[in-house]
Write a new protein. Structure first.
Length: 256
């Protein structure tokens, strides 16, 4: 069997397995494809490097990466969310004069669907789709995604994470992170105050659809010189209102 044929078989297998929110293992892929594990390890290492799949921790299960999602049905769903939410994001951008992003969730996957830059000399231009593994513990959008999961799933995900200290402000204690996620679940908003990148802070709120599922998030990100702790607190009701309006445009009823 030619190498390219084996790679296509793996990609087709991933497409079948991607609906499993728990990810997929080499053993599961071997059962699905009939290929031996050593061959699958070699192919997955290439796909991992190219961003088609990713792991939340070393030797863990694989998840669909952002490049794969861009060529799958999620892109059509994401486009619909973007069309509905964009008017509210544009208004938010004008109101706050900072970078505003729409982030789409799909299981443990997330990627930026649209980024609206401010008319500022000093800007923050995040590129979350290139972060592998994704720093869920050190980003506000990662915390919002974790808070959208069932509590037992959060427990499992955090227990399997390596909490890298990207900055002095990053959370590196798993119990502290679990408490932080509970706060996000309760307050419907997450903060990143120089936890991933020094000099950059952000605030994020979830977007829900008509099934009451968190399908994405709206983010405000900028230099900490402008987004101080006080400023982030002042922006909290503003971003929550934007997220609520975007959610209602998708058919969501009730409050966040």
């Amino acid at each position: 069997m030619q190498a390219i044929e084996k790679q296509l078989i793996v990609l087709e297998s991933i497409a079948k397995l991607k609906n499993n929110g728990d990810g997929f293992s080499i053993a599961e892929m071997s059962n699905e494809t009939g290929l031996d594990k050593s061959t699958l390890h070699r192919i997955c290492s290439v796909l991992l490097k190219r961003g088609y799949i990713y792991q939340t921790h070393k030797r863990g299960k694989y998840f669909i990466g952002h490049k794969f999602l861009l060529y799958s049905g999620i892109n059509r769903r994401a486009t619909g969310i973007k069309e509905q939410a964009l008017p509210f994001l544009n208004k938010l951008s004008k109101d706050v004069s900072e970078t505003v992003d729409l982030i789409i969730f799909d299981g443990m996957n997330l990627f930026s669907m649209v980024s609206i830059l401010p008319n500022q000399v000093l800007q923050a231009v995040p590129n979350i789709s290139d972060l592998h593994p994704f720093p869920f513990h050190a980003t506000a959008v990662g915390k919002v995604l974790l808070a959208s999961l069932p509590r037992d799933r959060v427990e499992t995900e955090i227990n399997n994470m390596v909490l890298t200290a990207y900055t002095d402000n990053a959370i590196t204690d798993k119990d502290q992170l679990k408490n932080e996620i509970e706060l996000v679940r309760r307050n419907k908003v997450a903060y990143d105050i120089e936890e991933y990148t020094e000099g950059i802070s952000s605030i994020v709120a979830p977007i829900k659809d008509d099934d009451r599922e968190v399908v994405g998030a709206v983010t405000i990100v900028g230099p900490s010189l402008r987004l101080s702790k006080l400023k982030l607190k002042q922006l909290t009701p503003v971003i929550l209102d934007c997220a609520l309006q975007a959610s209602r445009s998708l058919g969501y009823k009730g409050e966040l």
